[in-house]
Design a protein around this ligand. Structure first.
Ligand code: APR
Length: 257
């Protein structure tokens, strides 16, 4: 039996399967990863995207943010067969939740074609880059019109209440929303199979979720083109492209169910 077949058998027989995803699942959609060759942190200084910088210099932050946003999402992006395969696994009743570090909204888009009850629970742990939130009144708005204002030199963009808008993402130096992190940890602990997909697993606290799952005897599978610091905790390592391995995994699970 191949590793993929044995993982498919575990998923088919599991009560709770949870996936954690990182930038690698969106790379085939044309969204650059953060690290590694051609990663965005090779072209942009991550020190300029902290919450402290946003507070000190919101106008400069927003000018840099515009460039980062265009580099990441500028060409128009769509879900790829990796996102689709996870949505299908959920629709088939084999995937409870997707915890994602990505802010690109592609899991929601892939699941959007499913009836609501078939969608996985989705926790966007680092927020969603297609929204902004007012720092003062908490109002959320779509990002596109705000980005258009920034492009026209309206920096920092302000809400009608006078507060400054912030991208609705978790910046360096900001805490993850407490409720989402608690829920993610509970799901990791409850899982029988935990899939860590396309994340370098170097940014905490999300990176610790696979070990929390493995610590409660879940089968931990890591899908990644490269090694991660948690490979020794994993019982299955699939060193492959998400667009290749996830559709094959979905099909192998369906064959066994
Ligand atoms: N298939 C499988 N794995 C892939 C693929 C692919 N097609 N393409 C890239 N990968 C893997 C890389 O090998 C790498 O380990 O995806 C991983 C991407 O790692 P990072 O760029 O570090 O992205 P991520 O782990 O999601 O980053 C975490 O860092 O700066 C932050 O907030 C940002 O959410 C992000 C966090």
């Amino acid at each position: 039996m191949t590793d993929l077949d044995s993982l498919a058998a575990e998923i088919a027989g599991a009560d709770t399967v949870v996936a954690l995803t990182g930038a690698g699942i969106s790379a085939p959609s044309g969204v650059p990863t953060f690290r590694g060759e051609d990663g965005v942190w090779g072209h942009f200084d991550e020190g300029q995207f902290t919450y402290g910088r946003f507070q000190r210099d919101p106008a400069g932050f927003w000018r840099d943010r515009l460039e980062l946003y265009e580099a990441m999402f500028g060409d128009g992006i769509e879900p790829n067969p990796g996102h689709e395969a996870l949505a299908d696994l959920s629709a088939d009743g084999h995937l409870e939740a997707v915890l994602t570090q990505n802010t690109d909204g592609l899991h929601a888009e892939a699941a959007g074609r499913l009836p609501e009850g078939d969608r996985p629970e989705l926790l966007e742990l680092h927020g969603n880059a297609h929204r902004v939130r007012c720092e003062d009144c908490g109002r959320r708005k779509a990002n596109d019109p705000i980005v258009a204002r920034v492009r026209d030199g309206d920096v920092p963009p302000r809400c009608s209440c006078g507060g400054v808008f912030k991208p609705d993402v978790v910046l360096f130096g900001e805490r993850l929303p407490g409720g989402a992190l608690q829920r993610a940890r509970a799901l990791a602990r409850e899982s029988d199979v935990f899939l860590a997909i396309g994340s370098s697993l170097v940014v905490q606290p999300a990176a610790a979720l696979p070990r929390q799952a493995a610590g409660t005897d879940a089968t931990l599978a890591i899908v990644n083109l490269e090694t991660t610091p948690y490979d020794t905790d994993a019982s299955v390592l699939l060193r492959a492209d998400v667009t290749d391995v996830l559709p094959r995994l979905r099909d192998a699970v369906a064959d066994r169910a």
